[in-house]
Ligand binder design. Structure first.
Ligand code: SF4
Length: 410
């Protein structure tokens, strides 16, 4: 069978990994579809830039993917098929904000154009250097930290940074400050002891959002050590693991990992981060299914990104595709004004217009909550388009029907 994995850019043949013939070039299948979704665009021709002896088992191995992640612009040049001249405008941004891209994530790109929505999310852009005055931490996470790794903003939940490492450096990341200096390592035992003590002293906290960085870049043993320690706090009911790996490294969701999550002693939810329908891979769908079988549901957080997903059709395909993949679209975030990311921000009205457009043809199940964060850790604001168009003289509200006509509501 063919678990055919089309790889990276730019030649006249499509390459597949099969169980028997690794990297045997097959005739290019015009209109071949990699996605499990009928309305996904056809796959474009890709060229692999990976060791010739690579096996399918290696490709499906998350350790291989992480250890072969592209970590510089020069490493990306060959798989992109870009000339030195094409790379040049991206160099300064790559030096300031290092790229990290798994081969798997790069393989999701449908072309090597810098406008490809996958590439726009992972390739350094000159515009990232244009905003020099925006804050690196506008949500004041550092100020609201009660421990070096723990932010306590809302009464019933805390945010815990498990690591600063990521499988993918998303160019729009709201924690780009973590990219500077040495990467935050996994917590030591004494850091975990301090976290447990704080949580025991604050029984009002019932949920821990474990984030980073990406906690699922940690190995099984380390993750289990963290979950086991935090699970000793009896008042904690739930862990939520924020991760980009379902999109960038779905191979991470091995049976062993699912087993750890299933038996860690608390309810676990995954908060995934898909921003574009091209990220919805068969591998991700299989990983979600494995998680479900382990009793771990998944919700998704999307960031509204200028030039990537800021139109109704792209987000409709993303959100309905997520539902088909058994992932509930949870949040659509308006981008925070973080230094190095403001080029991705839209106006607030863009998100409202998209949600208004959804009203007549997208199931409410597929529609996430649109929200943004107030500065200085002021909390989330949820936004909804309003369909009230006025009131009658006696104060009765008037709303717009789906067909655009006004109707009074008593
Ligand atoms: S995976 Fe998350 S923390 Fe890492 S760069 Fe992407 S958005 Fe930022």
């Amino acid at each position: 069978m063919a678990f055919s994995i089309p790889l990276i850019f730019g030649c006249q043949k499509t390459y597949y990994i099969t169980k028997s013939t690794f990297f045997t070039p097959l005739p290019c299948k015009k209109n071949a579809k990699r996605s499990i979704f009928a309305d996904a665009p056809p796959l474009k021709v890709m060229k692999p830039h990976i060791p010739e002896q690579l096996s399918s088992a290696q490709w499906q191995d998350w350790h291989w993917q992480l250890s072969h992640a592209y970590r510089s612009l020069d490493q990306l040049a060959a798989p992109l098929g870009w000339s030195p001249e094409q790379l040049q405008p991206h160099r300064a941004a790559a030096e300031r904000y290092q790229p990290i891209v798994t081969p798997f994530y790069l393989s999701l790109a449908q072309s090597n154009s810098p406008d490809d929505p996958i590439l726009r999310q992972c390739l350094p852009l000159p515009q990232e250097l244009e905003d020099t005055t925006a804050d690196l931490d506008p949500l004041s996470e550092s100020d609201q930290s009660v421990l070096p790794r723990m932010v306590h903003r809302y009464r019933d939940r805390v945010l815990f940074f498990a690591t600063g490492a990521c499988a993918l450096h998303c160019r729009h990341c709201m924690r780009k400050r973590f990219w500077d200096g040495p990467c935050l390592p996994a917590p030591t035992d004494s850091e975990l002891t301090a976290a447990v003590q704080y949580l025991r002293e604050h029984p009002e906290v019932r949920e821990i959002l474990i984030s980073g960085g990406d906690p699922l870049t940690l190995g099984d043993d380390t993750l289990q050590r963290i979950l086991t320690a935090l699970a000793t706090v009896p008042t904690i009911e739930m862990f939520r693991l924020g991760t980009r790996t379902l999109a960038a490294l779905p191979q991470r969701f091995t049976p062993a990992l699912c087993n750890i999550l299933e038996h860690c002693g608390k309810t676990v939810w995954i908060a995934s981060h898909f921003n574009h329908p091209d990220e919805l891979s068969p591998e991700a769908a299989e990983a979600v299914l494995r998680l479900m079988k382990a009793g771990v549901p998944t919700v998704n957080q999307t960031v509204l990104l200028k030039g990537i997903n800021d139109d109704a059709d792209t987000l409709r395909r993303l959100f309905t595709g997520l539902l088909r993949m058994r992932v509930k679209p949870y949040y659509l975030y308006h981008g925070d004004p973080v230094r190095g990311t403001t080029c991705f921000r839209t106006g607030l009205q863009t998100g409202l217009d998209i949600l208004a457009d959804f009203r007549s043809h997208v199931s409410g199940m597929a529609v996430p909550t649109y929200s943004f964060d107030l500065p200085e850790g002021g909390g989330k604001i949820r936004l909804e388009p309003s369909f009230q168009c006025g009131t009658t003289p006696d104060g009765t509200p008037v709303f717009l029907k789906i067909d655009g006509h006004p109707v009074e509501y008593h």
